[in-house]
Design a protein around this ligand. Structure first.
Ligand code: URA
Ligand code: CA
Length: 433
């Protein structure tokens, strides 16, 4: 097989065979197909697209390019959740113990990553003593015993995706539905998921800026998952404003605890119940999504979800008393209020720009080497649609530096107050097949 022939075939808009895709991904990962040929192929895919069969084949070739995590020693259906990323997205911290409280095994492999705040692991490390350095055996044992554990990424998962993603980045071929969908699904499947729930975000703070693009991506991923034998569902959720009130690592852990106590922000609770009912349903709980949702709601109200969180934290070396004593978590030196400049209604809270404001405080990583300050971040007091009076606090800045003028300016620029505004729709669509 010659790569040049495959490039030509795709250039003519023809479908590549399973064998051709496997050959190309394997040889590219090994380094026998050079970047310049793969660049041409990526551009051909960008313009000519891929059939459903090709998309599934590409996903499974990405899975086979490296290690695959074997979770078969865990009893039950292993459901994983993936979010395409947003600002102040605290859902994993709530969902993992909440869904586990119904007996569904949650074996979460998580990263640190770049972004406005840390990844799930960074957030959890705001809990004193909590650690994610577990052997594969210890990880599986914890999931079997307590139904939920979180481990740091290890091993050589999907090396093909790492190489392809880096190449796409410099050849302007990131924004291609078949390439994004196979990249995301490949990583989830290699991490051992039997079933997958996807939270595809849309809006200013999301990778997909429009609902139409988010819907295309979600449908493509659900199709791939179901085609390769992993039951998959998706939700398209709004990320034009940040999710919940907290943006920052320790602040989001506190928000998750409040939510597990039944006192969470309305949007965060709604998203957790929507995604959680899909996860529970895929694991065989409840006769339909509605029943699964009811069971989750019960466990938020009766303390079982909170209890599962405490057990999970303690099992990984953390102090479970954080749920009762906020002072155990890192706290920023300064709390500085940002006042509303006028009367009106909050019309916009531009998610990505508010995320940048939290980065400026040190809550996130700009490069892989940057240190995160777990204590800092923002607490919103208002969401889109809320009425505000001049002088009222819109946001509290949690900072370890006294001068936050630039952060304050960034917030005021991106929290638009108008004469009238309506609350935003959170769940745009639920995709079950
Ligand atoms: N996120 C991924 O993991 N892969 C992509 O291709 C795009 C976003
Ligand atoms: Ca939040």
């Amino acid at each position: 097989m010659r790569m040049v022939d495959l490039i030509h075939k795709k250039q003519l808009g023809k479908a590549l065979s399973t064998e051709e895709i496997q050959f190309m991904i394997e040889a590219y990962t090994e380094g026998t197909i050079p970047d310049y040929q793969m660049s041409a192929m990526l551009m051909a895919i960008y313009f000519e697209d891929m059939t459903d069969q090709e998309r599934s084949d590409l996903t499974m070739s990405v899975v086979r390019s490296g290690d695959q995590i074997d979770l078969s020693a865990i009893e039950g259906v292993k459901v994983d959740k993936h979010s395409t990323g947003g600002v102040g997205d605290t859902t994993t911290l709530v969902l993992a113990p909440l869904v586990a409280s119904l007996g569904v095994p949650i074996a979460k492999m998580s990263g640190r990553g770049l972004g406005h705040t840390g990844g799930t692991i960074d957030k959890l490390e705001a809990i004193p003593g909590f650690h994610v350095e577990l052997t594969q055996e210890a990880f599986i044992e914890l999931v079997n015993k307590y139904k939920v554990a979180v481990v740091g990424q290890s091993g050589n998962l999907t090396p093909a995706d790492k190489k392809l993603y880096a190449l796409r980045d410099v050849t302007s071929t990131v924004e291609s539905i078949p390439l994004i969908a196979s990249s995301i699904m490949g990583k989830k499947i290699a991490a051992g998921a039997d079933a997958i729930v996807l939270d595809v975000k849309t809006g200013a703070g999301a990778f997909m800026k429009t609902t139409a693009d988010a819907e295309n991506l979600a449908k493509a991923m659900v199709k791939i998952g179901n085609h390769v034998g992993r039951n998959t569902m998706a939700v398209i959720s709004d990320m034009s404003q940040p999710l919940g009130f907290a943006i920052g690592n320790a602040l989001e852990v506190q928000e998750a605890i409040d939510t597990l106590k039944g006192n969470g922000p309305e949007d965060l609770v709604e998203l957790c119940l929507t995604l959680g009912s899909q996860m529970a349903h895929l694991a065989g709980i409840g006769k339909d999504l509605e029943e699964a949702r009811g069971l989750l709601k019960e466990n938020l109200e009766n303390g079982k979800a909170l209890e599962t969180f405490r057990t999970f934290v303690a099992a990984q070396g953390g102090d479970p008393n954080v749920t009762e004593d906020e002072s155990l978590m890192p706290k920023a030196r300064y709390q500085i209020g940002v006042a509303a400049p006028k009367d009106g209604y909050v019309a916009e809270i531009v998610a990505d720009e508010i995320g940048v404001a939290s980065m400026m405080l040190g809550a996130g990583r700009a490069t892989k080497e940057s240190e995160i300050d777990l204590a800092v971040g923002l607490m919103l007091h208002k969401k889109v649609g809320d009425r505000v009076q001049k002088g009222e606090t819109l946001v509290t800045i949690h900072s370890n530096q006294e001068n936050v003028k630039d952060v304050e300016a960034k917030i005021l620029e991106n929290m638009v107050i108008a004469d009238a505004a309506e609350p935003l729709t959170l769940i745009h669509e639920v995709i079950t097949e």
